[in-house]
Design a protein around this ligand. Structure first.
Ligand code: UDP
Ligand code: MN
Length: 368
């Protein structure tokens, strides 16, 4: 009779047993633990920051629980759900490795959007007192709480614009810090009275920056343009990015489509690919359009943020006399790009100073 019972109810028993197995596996991971999945991790590390960092995507997640003892030793990190085991894995790795969190959020929580640009600088000493402690030698900055996505060199071609430089520095540090970018500001000054060569100074800035660190991209920046909106991120662009799209003195309208002057950014890879800027533009104008044609010639495209965000205030200065030769130099520019640029860059570096707020490079350059 008992055997008969088993036979008739055999399939029910089998199903119940199977259900129990499935329950045990899904609930507790008894039989099989996915590689890389963290159910529970115990470890210690020393946090320098007086708070526990958890990626913002996980902060409100009920799937994650974490606890810290009073001396900020993380004692447990648990996930009951493996929906994002990878992220947890990385978090644990990064905490173990550096005591610092992993990557910063894609959109910085510190952004404030559009702001008024101040044209009144505070005394440099006062600014330095406030911002200096956050900065490394040469004014280098890294977000203290997370790993920046980008390491960016800001390159400023410069000569005799002290007032602009002071405002620029005071505007840019807080601006870039709100964007959680790892950055350095390289002010490349042309000595003497030879005609100004903006493009060559930018080539030099890029070359000098790469001697110092593995910057992934450059932002080539006129000293007199101040960004009005921190959603205009100084990140590394997939395609060369023209950034100063909407400038107050041009009624916030792009003057012409191929424009690449003012503020623009390129990855190190693309910049090297196009052989940097031409070294042949002495005096005002042409070098930015020449870069535009290099970009097209190398099958890259100029990208832009919307004009509602890519807004700039220009500081006033006397208009320079345009170089009348620029059109002649621009002819065949793209084809010349192979032999005119980073590959034949020559300069005499007179000074390299790691100042508290920026890196100051003074060069002597001449037409070759
Ligand atoms: N610049 C400079 N000193 C000069 C000329 C130019 O520092 O004597 C730099 C500065 O960064 C400036 C940029 O080159 O913002 C572009 O020059 P300028 O402002 O004269 O050009 P424009 O605004 O007329 O296009
Ligand atoms: Mn200007």
């Amino acid at each position: 009779m008992f055997c008969g019972f088993i036979r008739t109810h055999c399939y029910k028993v089998a199903i119940t047993a199977l259900a129990a197995l499935v329950f045990l596996e899904y609930g507790f991971g008894v039989f099989y633990e996915e590689r890389g999945r963290i159910n529970e991790a115990y470890f210690t590390f020393n946090l320098t920051a007086p708070r526990l960092w958890v990626p913002s995507t996980l902060q409100n997640s009920s799937d994650v629980s974490y606890a810290a003892t009073s001396n900020m030793t993380l004692i447990a990190l648990q996930s009951s759900n493996s929906s994002d085991p990878y992220q947890l894995d990385l978090l644990v790795d990064s905490l173990n490795f550096t005591g610092k969190p992993l990557v910063c959020p894609l959109v910085s929580p510190l952004l404030v959007g559009r702001t008024n640009v101040s044209k009144i600088a505070m005394p440099m000493e006062a600014f330095q007192e406030k911002y200096g402690p956050l900065l490394g030698p040469g004014g280098r900055y890294r977000p203290p709480d997370c790993q920046a996505h980008y390491k960016v060199a800001i390159i400023i071609p410069y000569r005799k614009r002290e007032e602009h430089l002071q405002l620029f520095i005071q505007h840019m540090h807080p601006f870039l810090q709100r964007q959680q970018i790892d950055y350095g500001i390289f002010v490349v000054e042309q000595s003497g009275d030879t005609p100004f060569n903006r493009a060559m100074l930018m080539n030099i800035g890029a070359a000098e920056a790469l001697r110092q660190d593995g910057f992934q991209c450059f932002v080539f920046h006129d000293v007199d343009l101040l960004p009005e909106d921190d959603r205009n991120t100084y990140s590394c662009p997939e395609q060369p990015r023209h950034m100063s799209v909407a400038i107050d003195v041009f009624k916030y309208r792009l003057p012409y489509e191929g424009l690449f002057g003012g503020v623009s950014s390129m990855t190190t890879e693309h910049f090297i690919k196009v052989n940097g800027f031409s070294n042949l533009f002495w005096g005002w104008g042409g070098e930015d359009d020449d870069m535009s044609s290099r970009i097209k010639y190398h099958k890259l495209i100029i990208s832009r943020y919307p004009p509602s965000i890519a807004r700039y205030t220009m500081l006033s200065h006397k208009k320079a006399r345009p170089n009348p030769n620029r059109y002649r130099v621009m002819r065949n520019g793209a084809k010349r790009s192979k032999v005119d640029g980073l590959s034949n860059l020559k300069y005499k570096r007179l000074e390299l100073e790691m100042k508290p707020l920026y890196i100051h490079i003074v060069v002597d350059i001449k037409p070759s």
